[in-house]
Design a binder for this molecule. Structure first.
Ligand code: DGL
Length: 280
């Protein structure tokens, strides 16, 4: 049965398929510490990167509805795969029926906006999950703003499991990081800017920097998403007024609480309290 949604102000919801969105949440909290947040990780059903459009859309909509039920008026899809495969459908098809005043925003557009000023060669690479690369969301969004930029994508299906299994500092990670960087730069040797189009990848940054030729700039999206959200709330005072500001942060997971808090500390460097929820 459909639950009655509250019209009052609430926390900002941050959703990811698992832990990766914590890298985005961390940056958002640093930029806007005064707001309240609820983070929801669908850890029981992660990864999304290899799933079909229909399933990513279905799971993401369920998560968004859960965050709405918990009082969020604004939800950030801090997951590239969900942003690529579900955001537009939710905005266009679902939000008007759920509550036309609520908002769901993604991470691809804010990441893409910055690159026009960063790339000099006008050749950009995108490293992401298979789902995000196949969706073509990055080239499509980049070309809306900068039609002259040449975009090459590389799917890195082993990178999320390396991070989820805490192997991002291991010698095994060297092999897979080098393999995909080499493959991307073979596709286009003129690339001077690489977007990390997956929320897990910032944890592989030291390995990425080890194998990347000098002079190539790497874009980690957290800071761009955080700056863009701050500017969005400044431009939309009606939405800002619907976001409570007590500096709190609540964590929800669809998997076991212990598993989440153990792994989350890798991403956040701090102990957290987490609650298990069912989303359907
Ligand atoms: N968080 C997802 C993203 O940014 C990656 C993890 C997954 O495959 O679920 O694309």
């Amino acid at each position: 049965m459909k639950k009655e949604l509250s019209k009052s102000a609430g926390p900002i919801g941050v959703f990811d398929s698992g832990y990766g969105g914590l890298t985005i949440l961390d940056q958002i909290k640093q930029t806007m510490p005064e707001y309240d947040y609820i983070y929801l990780g669908d850890n029981a059903r992660t990864p999304y990167g290899t799933r079909s459009f229909e399933i990513v859309y279905e799971f993401t909509l369920q998560a968004v509805n859960k965050l709405f039920e918990m009082g969020c008026q604004l939800v950030i899809l801090a997951c590239n795969t969900a942003s690529a495969k579900a955001l537009r459908s939710i905005q266009i098809n679902d939000l008007p029926g759920i509550d036309p005043n609520r908002r769901v925003l993604g991470v691809i557009r804010p990441t893409v906006e910055c690159i026009g000023d960063i790339t000099h060669s006008r050749h950009v690479g995108v490293l992401a999950t298979s789902g995000t690369i196949k969706s073509q969301s990055y080239p499509l969004e980049i070309h809306k703003l900068y039609p002259d930029i040449v975009v090459s994508g590389e799917a890195c299906p082993m990178w999320v499991p390396l991070v989820e299994n805490q192997e991002y500092d291991s010698p095994g990670a060297d092999y897979f990081v080098k393999k995909h960087l080499d493959s991307l730069l073979t596709k286009d040797p003129e690339i001077d800017t690489i977007i990390l189009g997956c929320t897990h990848y910032p944890l592989l940054l030291s390995k990425i920097n080890k194998y990347l030729p000098k002079g190539i700039k790497v874009i980690s999206q957290g800071e761009y998403v955080a700056t863009s959200l701050k500017s969005y709330l400044r431009r939309h005072p009606e939405m800002d007024g619907l976001c409570t500001k007590n500096g709190s942060c609540k964590f929800l997971t669809t998997e076991s609480e212990i598993k989440f808090s153990d792994s989350a500390s890798t991403f956040l460097n701090t102990e957290i309290v987490v609650e298990r929820v069912v989303i359907e």
